[in-house]
Design a protein around this ligand. Structure first.
Ligand code: HEC
Ligand code: HEC
Length: 350
């Protein structure tokens, strides 16, 4: 009787344990699914920075959790807002097991440095790698992507708001003191800089946060396209658009009728045309900032003659589209491009 009861209790416990194990998120599987493509299976780094023992031993779990959550807006590292807290914890726990490290915790207290003095230290010792604005030399980071030959891995962006929101002062200080072995980030602790200089440069790095500009919010009624009416007939409008684009240094591709390829060629409406154009320098610049842009290249103005003869122009609203990418740098660039689009259209429809 007693034995049976013990067995029963043991069985119950086992069931509970198994159920618990099934419910707990699998950190390794999550890592493989969400991180390995960029950071590689063993964390050697690729498109993403290396996540190896030397680095992880010097960062807190809080830093890792926040980094996964907010990512690096405007850089390649995404923010994983949809993962549950338990899933984020499981990924972090997996990183700890994989690297056989335990977290290093840091005091909350800000580093008592002086940012104004720190600027001189930064210019002399950091700027050549991290750039004047802290965002690094290239637009991405990692071992393979856009890496210059002089770097083992591209420097991380230390002015990125995702980084600054994740890293405490004391953690930034430690990164500077011990450096990052195997990546080219020197250790400044052993006599290269004094304690005071290190404090000052931490304060300078922290001050990047204040300079970071949030993108201007959009009016709720903004749509992804603008529609304009042309005072001219179809041919004149098409001609004017092309002249204005060429004048603004855009290269124009052969015309494409809107319905071309979609329906048989005798029914194609030749009074609807998409003028496609491009400025290759701007385009390459954009792709460096945001590789996903390949899908929605914005350089097209659609000109349509409506049944009543009114000609309309449909232009992408770059202010809206760029914000789909959660990429500050892109938003800035497209806001400027948007202005030049509007200038062109105003010139054409005047
Ligand atoms: C699309 C590629 C990509 C994916 C997917 C990705 N990362 Fe990253 N990750 C990066 C890049 C690039 C950086 C460097 C950030 C920068 O540019 O400054 C980075 C940086 C990091 C950092 C900061 C490293 C440091 O040196 O402080 C951590 C931690 C990190 N990623 C963890 C993860 C985890 C965990 C996942 C999965 C949940 C993940 N990443 C998914 C590309 C990626
Ligand atoms: C020779 C180039 C080089 C110099 C000089 C340099 N860094 Fe770095 N730094 C890097 C690289 C590369 C990384 C990324 C290392 C990695 O994650 O493996 C990095 C990473 C960092 C990080 C951690 C960022 C993160 O995402 O984890 C901080 C903070 C930092 N550097 C600050 C500084 C400061 C401050 C100075 C000057 C006192 C400095 N660095 C000088 C190349 C450099």
């Amino acid at each position: 009787m007693h034995v049976i009861r013990v067995l029963f209790v043991a069985g119950l416990l086992l069931t509970l344990l198994l159920a618990d194990a099934a419910a707990a998120p699998d950190g390794e599987a999550l890592y493989v699914e969400h991180c390995a493509a960029c950071h590689r299976l063993g964390g050697q780094g690729g498109i993403g920075l290396p996540l190896e023992a030397g680095k992880l031993a010097n960062v807190s779990d809080d830093y890792l959790r926040k980094t996964v959550r907010v990512g690096r807006p405007g850089r390649v590292m995404p923010g994983f807002q949809r993962l549950s807290d338990a899933q984020v914890d499981a990924v972090v726990a997996f990183l700890r097991t994989q690297t056989a490290t335990v977290e290093r915790t840091f005091a909350e207290a800000p580093v008592p440095g002086d940012a104004a003095r720190g600027e001189a230290v930064y210019v002399e010792h950091c700027q050549r790698c991290h750039g004047a604005d802290g965002s690094g030399e290239g637009e991405g980071t990692g071992v393979t992507m856009s890496r210059e030959r002089s770097f083992l891995v591209m420097p991380a962006s230390i002015s990125n708001r995702g980084f600054l929101a994740s890293a405490s002062d004391q953690m930034i200080r430690r990164s500077i003191v011990v450096g990052r072995k195997g990546s080219g980030m020197p250790a400044f602790g052993s006599g290269k800089l004094t304690d005071r200089e290190i404090d000052d440069v931490v304060a300078y790095v922290r001050a990047f946060e204040i300079q970071a500009v949030e993108p201007e919010p959009l009016d709720a009624d903004q749509r992804p396209t603008h529609v304009y009416e042309s005072p001219y007939d179809f041919e004149t409008t098409v001609e004017n658009v092309k002249l204005a684009l060429t004048g603004a240094n855009f290269r124009i591709f052969p015309d494409r009728l809107l319905e071309q390829g979609l329906i048989d060629e005798f029914s194609v409406n030749t009074r609807q045309i998409g003028v496609r154009f491009c400025n290759f320098n701007v385009l390459y610049g954009m792709l460096k900032i945001e590789p996903r842009l390949g899908i929605v290249l914005p350089c097209r103005i659609t000109i349509m003659e409506q049944p009543d003869g009114q000609v309309i122009l449909v232009v992408p609203n770059l202010r809206v589209i760029s914000r789909w990418f959660n990429n500050d740098e892109l938003v800035g660039l497209w806001d400027r491009m948007e202005e030049s689009f509007i200038e062109i259209i105003e010139e054409v429809t005047l």
